[in-house]
Design a binder for this molecule. Structure first.
Ligand code: 9MR
Length: 462
């Protein structure tokens, strides 16, 4: 996509101001000024990240800036579908692994980009449609998110699925033609594969309240109301020479739905307004409590996909630009994420005459264990997420049995070991999730072909 250059009037955000009294009370004391982007952002409880081309990790100017200034990275290309599954079912993680190792060695978190996107699909996927494509896409999400489980702070599960222009609807693509539920199927599969990662929807031309951002807003609201797992929305922010006056208000309306927001691919057209816009975007993020971090889409101007736009914070020699100073100043003067307010000292203590709960009463719940399933199906396939809850004695291990309808079969399983693939199937715990304390919950999942209706799991503890 191209950055949109003519965006409304030239309105630079005047941020701050709008803190409620309650928030003010809860703020941490002002921290000392950070001298790098990463320290300044960390002092405000945020990350500051860059998109990285792993091939440049051996260029010293590049890597010196990266390590000094950034505490989050995202692969510019190496974790996309064409890179990670170049042939169907054959996965390649070398580029992504290199970035993850670099991040781990340098105290950086990793954003994962992107599990599903209509662009940069491998040729074999471009040639698929219908349930074959749906199965392949969900399998891709499952495999890649499982492989990187525990290493990714936030995944762009789905990238750029909404149309430009005024429709506010979905973009046509091979993925969209598998059925409108492809996005929620992807989010459910990602949650089952890596329950610890934040799951984001990511898009561009959403830098303000407009038809496209409103379409996404409505999807997120719908997902939250139906329990589809979504944790965050990424605003790419490939910007031109102006910034929408409601940029911050747009972030805030998403945050008010109960998701985090992140600026995920920031770059800005060169010119007299560039530093102002970088500063205004940074201030907007810091003024929104749930804006957890900012990523710029590259390190130096010459690293950028935008070529002669000179759209980043460092020039080609690695010198800081005035845009850098604007961002650093905005970070240092921004609002820290509020700490949890201390309990109100004027609240009266609980009534001392209320008898304490009887300590000999056993905790509620049966001994053994119980299991429940969430099924996400589409024509020809399904993903099942199984929640195992330990009873009052806890478990040393567990076994879940269920019967699949005729014609259904399991194609892969995560966080459990399956015996059998059709009819009666049993799933046993793996090493790390067998031992559960009373009431503790663990989850595993499996994917299959056919239909998985009416599943009635039974759980046996050992
Ligand atoms: O910066 C990426 C560039 O190297 C690739 O050639 C391009 C391929 O489509 O993707 C660029 O990154 C895009 C990102 O993945 C999604 N949002 C738009 C970014 C810029 O096009």
């Amino acid at each position: 996509m191209k950055p949109k250059k003519a965006v409304r009037a030239t309105v630079i955000l005047a941020v701050a101001g709008a803190l409620t009294a309650a928030t003010m009370v809860a703020l941490a004391p002002t921290a000392s000024a950070g001298t790098t982007l990463r320290t300044a952002a960390a002092e405000k409880g945020r990350y500051f990240g860059a998109a990285v081309a792993t091939g440049k990790l051996s260029t010293s100017t590049y890597v010196n800036i990266l390590n000094r200034e950034f505490n989050s990275v995202v692969a510019e290309n190496e974790m996309k579908w064409d890179a990670t599954e170049p042939q169907q079912g054959r996965f390649s993680y070398s580029g992504g692994d290199r970035l993850v190792s670099h991040a781990q060695a340098n105290g950086m978190s990793v954003r994962g980009h992107a599990l599903l996107w209509h662009q940069q699909q491998p040729g074999w996927a471009q040639g698929l449609s219908g349930s074959a494509l749906r199965n392949a896409a969900i399998n891709h999400v499952t495999q890649v998110a499982t492989y990187y489980r525990g290493k990714i702070y936030a995944w762009d599960v789905v990238n750029e699925a909404f149309a430009d222009g005024g429709s506010g609807g979905r973009r046509d693509s091979n993925l969209q033609r598998t059925g409108n539920d492809w996005i929620e199927a992807a989010f459910r599969a990602a949650r089952a594969a890596d329950p610890g990662a934040k799951l984001c929807y990511n898009d561009y031309n959403t830098d303000g309240i407009n038809a496209k951002s409103t379409g996404i807003y409505n999807m997120v609201r719908d997902f939250k109301s139906r329990g589809v797992p979504i944790d965050c929305v990424g605003f790419q922010s490939h910007l031109g020479t102006t910034l929408a006056g409601d940029y911050q208000a747009n972030l805030q309306r998403f945050a008010d739905l109960g998701v985090d927001v992140q600026i995920t691919e920031l770059d800005v057209m060169t010119g007299s307004n560039q530093a102002n816009i970088f500063g205004a975007v940074t201030r907007a993020c810091l003024a929104v409590t749930r804006c957890t971090g900012i990523t710029v889409w590259g390190v130096r101007d010459c690293d950028s996909w935008r070529g002669s736009d000179n759209a980043l914070l460092f020039d080609c020699n690695g010198n800081k630009k005035s845009a850098y100073d604007a961002v650093l100043n905005a970070l240092n003067s921004g609002t820290p994420i509020p700490t949890t307010p201390p309990p109100n000292p004027t609240t009266p203590p609980p009534n001392p005459t209320t008898p304490p709960p009887n300590p000999t009463t056993p905790p509620p719940g049966p001994s053994g264990c119980s299991a429940s399933v969430t099924v996400n199906s589409w024509t020809g396939g399904f993903v099942v997420n199984v929640k195992v809850t330990a009873g009052s004695s806890g478990t040393r291990g567990w076994n879940v049995a269920l019967t699949l309808p005729a014609g259904a079969s399991v194609t892969n399983t995560w966080s459990a070991t399956a015996s059998g693939s059709s009819g009666s199937v049993r799933f046993a715990n793996v090493d790390y999730n067998g031992q559960l304390a009373a009431g503790q919950v663990t989850e595993f999942g499996f994917q299959g072909t056919g239909t998985a209706s009416g599943l009635a799991p039974t759980c046996t503890a050992s």
